[in-house]
Ligand binder design. Structure first.
Ligand code: GRG
Length: 295
């Protein structure tokens, strides 16, 4: 069960995603079906919610953020499809349903992921409701490309795969997590900051600080849930990290210290929101939800 305030953001981004994703009766139908299957599956929509909530903290009309919110969720959905493939995590279950390659086939899943990434950038280039200034749009495209490229999410994934079965230390693990998961969370917030014509440099810095801390806390919490969550609630197979000998925070420092570290990072994220006073209430609720979630 997600809280009502999160559902508001979720419904908003789902409606926008539904408009952008090609319908199944448009050729190539099977590819479009796979794209819609993966994206519109019941995920939490954390990254769009961060984008909208950061926008709320800056007083930005939410329609201006529909494009960035869709773009980050499409990148996320593509990364999950590819991560689940036999060449990577080889998972059967995602968001409580068969993974994309199980439901369709491997080639379709790879291509669906590829097409979702392309659609994300197309939206940032074309969406008529976004900030109009071409230089700002270009900056947003650049930020998203950097966040999901070889020095961001894809790079983090590559290092994560290379570290399987190896012993790595905490700073190496942090380096991987900041890229694999943190980069997309960070850019979800920064795309909102870019969409504001009035945000001060100090406000941007505070949002950046919040995003960095909550991004790492989110991944540590994900590691913790992989140890003590429930497969049905998680909607994905629990215990996969251990099965694949992945480096995780609970593995490296123990379950309780990992939990404490996540809470410490969460507190730092909340402290960064202090200057926004009541305007950051949605962001605070979201940070709290991310720390106390069960899925
Ligand atoms: C394959 C390019 C590429 C990147 C993969 C996303 C990712 C990087 C790996 C997924 C593996 C994983 C479980 C990472 C931990 C953090 C994470 C991204 C969890 C899933 O995100 P949620 O909890 O999922 O927001 P929902 O389904 O709610 O959207």
């Amino acid at each position: 069960m997600t809280p009502a305030w999160l559902d508001r953001y979720r419904q908003r981004v789902d409606a926008a995603l539904d408009r952008w994703l090609p319908q199944e009766d448009v050729a190539p139908g099977r590819l479009h079906e796979a794209m819609r299957y993966a994206v519109l599956a019941p995920g939490k929509r954390v990254r769009p919610a961060l984008c909208y909530a950061a926008g709320d903290s800056l007083g930005i009309p939410l329609e201006r953020l529909d494009g960035p919110a869709c773009a980050v969720e499409l990148i996320h959905a593509y990364s999950l499809i590819h991560d689940d493939l036999p060449a990577m995590d080889n998972d059967d279950l995602r968001r409580g349903r068969p993974t994309c390659h199980r439901q369709f086939d491997e080639a379709t899943a790879i291509l669906a992921g590829d097409a979702l990434m392309a659609l994300a950038f197309r939206i940032l280039a074309h969406d008529p409701t976004m900030v109009e200034d071409p230089a700002t749009r270009l900056q947003m495209i650049d930020l998203l490309a950097s966040a999901c490229g070889s020095r961001g999410m894809v790079g983090g994934q590559s290092l994560d795969l290379a570290a399987e079965g190896k012993t790595i230390d905490r700073s190496e693990l942090e380096y991987i997590h900041i890229r694999k998961t943190g980069a997309l969370i960070h850019v979800s917030v920064m795309l909102a900051a870019c969409s504001s014509e009035t945000a001060s440099e100090r406000q941007r810095e505070h949002l950046e600080h919040m995003a960095k801390h909550i991004g790492l806390a989110f991944q540590i919490q994900d590691d913790v849930l992989d140890v003590c969550g429930n497969t049905q609630t998680l909607g994905k197979t629990r215990g996969r990290d251990r099965e694949r000998s992945k480096a995780t925070y609970p593995g490296l420092m123990g379950l309780e210290p990992a939990r404490e570290l996540a809470l410490e990072l969460h507190q730092q994220a909340l402290s960064a929101l202090a200057p926004f006073a009541d305007h950051a209430e949605p962001l605070r609720l979201l940070c709290n939800y991310l720390m106390h979630r069960e899925a």
